[in-house]
Structure formats: structure tokens, C-alpha cells
Design a protein around this ligand. Structure first.
Ligand code: PBG
Length: 324
């Protein structure tokens, strides 16, 4: 045998030499959940180890994560039911929980990168990402709210805006709204290929944001479709997105690879709540090794072509690396 592939696996040093993909804490974004009140840390039942923090406790959590090398946080608010309405009005309240806390993060942590979420669902009495009329999710009327939300978040200190709503034309609309207010340096990480997925269940528990009727299939993509992701990516590219995201990650590695080969923008993968929950549940039962599975999953997303990974494992992974 002239070719013996095992020679390149013969020792840890050699294996490390030939290693093709590396995972760094710098690649990770930590999604965090915010809740009203003081000194609160309420664990999300379906996401062991992940908490909904009141603003004061969120500051402590960000400080702890920053010390571990995590520099970017994607903040999601849990909004009290009585503040929700058809038009997600609370999303624009400068003194509301979300915008107020973003300003506080900006003040306390000038070096941290703040990512924000643009979509109506956490504030919507219908639990949908857009305005609902007669059971239909309105596209163009929703854009107006999304544009205002993005500007309000930029004003509160956001560095990266994440439109997660999947309305047509929203990236361009938000880009223009930001530019018109002078926020030309605020980036857009578009949820480019966001699928109508069962993997979002635990997230909706965390935010109490499940749709009050129907599902999200008229705006989120069909899991059966791959070529359609190229249409979404073309539009987001043309409309000025800075980063293209695929979501969920694990069952959509082919989509990550597709976008990475076809576009020269950085690709992000959202390792979503259900993917986290599956690992935690199996690990709690002793059926899988949490650390190995976490590392292997994150590595697979990177190998498929994601430069950036949004993951609830961020802190845990950073702790694991630190102790190695
Ligand atoms: C909603 C939004 C969702 C997630 C991020 N933004 C859920 C949904 O579309 O219903 C899911 C994140 C996760 O599951 O971790 N705009």
C-alpha cells in the first residue's frame, strides 16, 4: 500500500497539524433571554442551563461571558402578555424593557457587540412575526414596523440588526430606514434561509411567543426546499445584508454549504433551541456525552461553511475550552 491515510492520524500532534476546521470562541454569538423585574434568573424548562434574566442579572451574565471571550450577544425579550398588541407597539417604546436594557448594555460594555432581533412575535398579541389581518400575515404593512424597530434598536446601541421575520423586502427596507437616520455603520445579519421548523419549540417557551393560531409556513421556508434558499440569498445580497444566516443549523448543513459556495458574504448558522434541548435531554439521561456532542455539532456547522454560529452552548463551550 502506497497510500495509508492512517499515517495522518497517528498522534495527537499530527492530527492537529492536518486538522482542517477549527472552532474558536470568537466565532460564537450567545443568544440571551431578557425578562422584566429585578434579581431574576428563571431557567427555561425545556432548555436546562439557559435562563431568562432580569436586566440587572443579564449584566452579570454578560460580564461573566465576556471574561470567557464571548463578545457578541443576541438579546431576546420576554414581553408581558398585557403589553402585547396587534401592531407590536411595545417594540418601539424607548422606555420599554428591551430598548432600555439595550442602552444599559451599551453603557456598561462599550466593547461588546450587541445583536438585536427584528420581528413582531415577542410583542404581538397574535404571536406572529408580522401584522395579522383576517388570518393573513401582511407583508408590506409589516415592513413599516420592522423599519421603525430597527431604527429604535440602532438608537439604543445595537451593532448588528437581525431581521428574523422572513417578510419579503425587509432587508432593503431596513437598510434604507437605518441609512436615512444616519446609522450607516449598523450591520444587518439577515435570517436569509429561515425554515418553518419544529426545532423552535423551546425558544417559544422561553419568550411565551408561540403563534396564537396557525403556523408560520406562509413566511418561513419549507424544509423540503434547497434551491429556494438561493432566491432568498440573492435578494438579501442585493438588498445590502452584511451576513447571511441559515436557521436551524443541524438539519440544514447542506444549505449552509450551498450559501457558502455561492456567496462571498460571511455565513452564519443558528444552532437553535430545539437542537440544544435534544442534546441536553439525551445527556441528562446519560445517553450521550454532552461535551463531545456539543463540540461535534458546532464543528460540523463550521465545516459546512458557517463562519459564525449563534448557539446556546456558547458559554458552556467557552468554559470547556478554558479548562482544557
Ligand atoms: C422569531 C424567532 C424565532 C427564533 C428566533 N427568532 C422563533 C420563531 O420563528 O418562531 C428561534 C430561535 C431558536 O429556536 O433558538 N422571530
Amino acid at each position: 500500500m502506497l497510500r495509508r491515510p492512517r499515517r495522518n492520524r497517528k498522534s495527537a500532534v499530527v492530527r492537529n497539524l492536518v486538522e482542517e476546521t477549527t472552532l474558536s470562541v470568537q466565532d460564537l454569538i450567545f443568544p440571551v433571554f431578557l425578562i422584566d423585574g429585578q434579581n431574576k434568573a428563571i431557567e427555561v424548562q425545556s432548555m436546562p442551563g439557559i435562563y431568562r434574566y432580569s436586566a440587572d442579572r443579564l449584566m452579570d451574565e454578560i460580564a461573566a461571558c465576556r471574561d470567557l471571550g464571548i463578545k457578541t450577544f443576541d438579546v431576546f425579550p420576554n414581553i408581558a402578555e398585557e403589553l402585547k398588541d396587534k401592531y407590536a407597539t411595545e417594540s418601539l417604546n424607548p422606555d420599554g424593557l428591551y430598548l432600555r436594557t439595550l442602552r444599559q448594555i451599551r453603557e456598561n460594555f462599550p466593547d461588546v457587540c450587541i445583536m438585536t432581533d427584528v420581528a413582531l412575535d415577542p410583542y404581538s398579541s397574535d404571536g406572529h412575526d408580522g401584522i395579522v389581518e383576517n388570518g393573513e400575515i401582511l407583508n408590506d404593512a409589516t415592513l413599516d414596523v420592522l423599519g421603525k424597530m430597527a431604527v429604535a434598536q440602532a438608537r439604543a446601541g445595537a451593532d448588528i440588526i437581525g431581521p428574523s421575520d422572513m417578510m419579503d423586502g425587509r432587508v432593503g427596507f431596513i437598510r434604507e430606514a437605518l441609512d436615512a437616520e444616519g446609522f450607516t455603520n449598523v450591520s444587518i445579519m439577515s435570517y436569509t434561509a429561515k425554515y418553518a421548523s419544529g426545532f423552535y419549540g423551546p425558544f417559544r417557551d422561553a419568550l411565551d411567543s408561540a403563534p396564537k393560531f396557525g403556523d408560520k409556513k406562509t413566511y418561513q421556508m419549507n424544509p423540503a426546499n434547497k434551491r429556494e434558499a438561493l432566491i432568498e440569498a440573492d435578494l438579501d445580497y442585493a438588498e445590502g445584508a452584511d451576513i447571511l444566516m441559515v436557521k436551524p443549523a443541524l438539519s440544514y448543513l447542506d444549505i449552509i454549504q450551498l450559501l457558502n459556495t455561492n456567496y462571498d458574504l460571511p455565513i452564519a448558522a443558528y444552532n437553535v433551541s430545539g437542537e440544544y434541548a435534544m442534546v441536553k435531554a439525551a445527556a441528562q439521561k446519560g445517553w450521550l456525552d454532552n461535551d463531545r456532542i456539543m463540540t461535534e455539532m458546532l464543528l460540523s456547522m463550521k465545516r459546512a461553511g458557517a463562519k459564525i454560529i449563534l448557539t446556546y452552548f456558547a458559554k458552556e463551550y467557552a468554559q470547556l475550552i478554558k479548562n482544557q
